[in-house]
Design a protein around this ligand. Structure first.
Ligand code: ZN
Length: 152
């Protein structure tokens, strides 16, 4: 395979004047339009957790968590560090990020996530003590058994 010349590579990754040095990229499984909507929302977001690329990271993390073959139950695990990057160690954080999407991308992402949510529900176990907990139990993905107590 001939090596591609640098100019050809540059043309594929134009630097956007509007959205900074990170070119809008296509999020796997999303249309170009929805990817762009996500990209713009991430750039404009002032939320600590919604940084450029957050949605893509969240999708990858969610897929990776559900990936192990077999029927053994899966247990979400808390992240030991709460910085923007390490937070993704906790798959529930990834699911949070995917919930906070711009309207334009939500329908498409919803279609992508419904089967993943179904697998998550099938492979995780309900937390029998969820009624004793206060922390984020409004989200169904926080009402599953984790492999470490939320209180350490
Ligand atoms: Zn960290």
């Amino acid at each position: 395979m001939p090596r591609r010349r640098p100019r050809a590579l540059r043309a594929e990754h134009p630097v956007s004047r509007v959205w900074g040095p990170t070119p809008p990229f296509r999020i796997h499984g999303l249309s170009a339009g929805a990817s762009l909507a996500v990209h713009q929302a991430e750039h404009l977001s002032d939320s600590f957790n919604i940084h450029p690329g957050a949605t893509d990271s969240a999708l990858r993390r969610y897929r990776a968590f559900l990936h192990p073959p077999g029927r053994r139950p899966l247990y979400p695990r808390e992240s030991f560090c709460s910085c923007t990057w390490c937070s993704f160690d906790d798959v529930r954080h990834a699911r949070d990020v995917l919930e906070r999407l711009p309207e334009r991308a939500r329908a498409e992402l919803g279609r992508l996530m419904r089967p993943m949510d179904a697998v998550f529900l099938r492979r995780t176990l309900p937390d029998p003590f969820v009624h004793r907990r206060q922390w984020r139990t409004g989200f169904w993905w926080y009402r599953r058994l984790v492999d470490r107590s939320e209180w350490g």
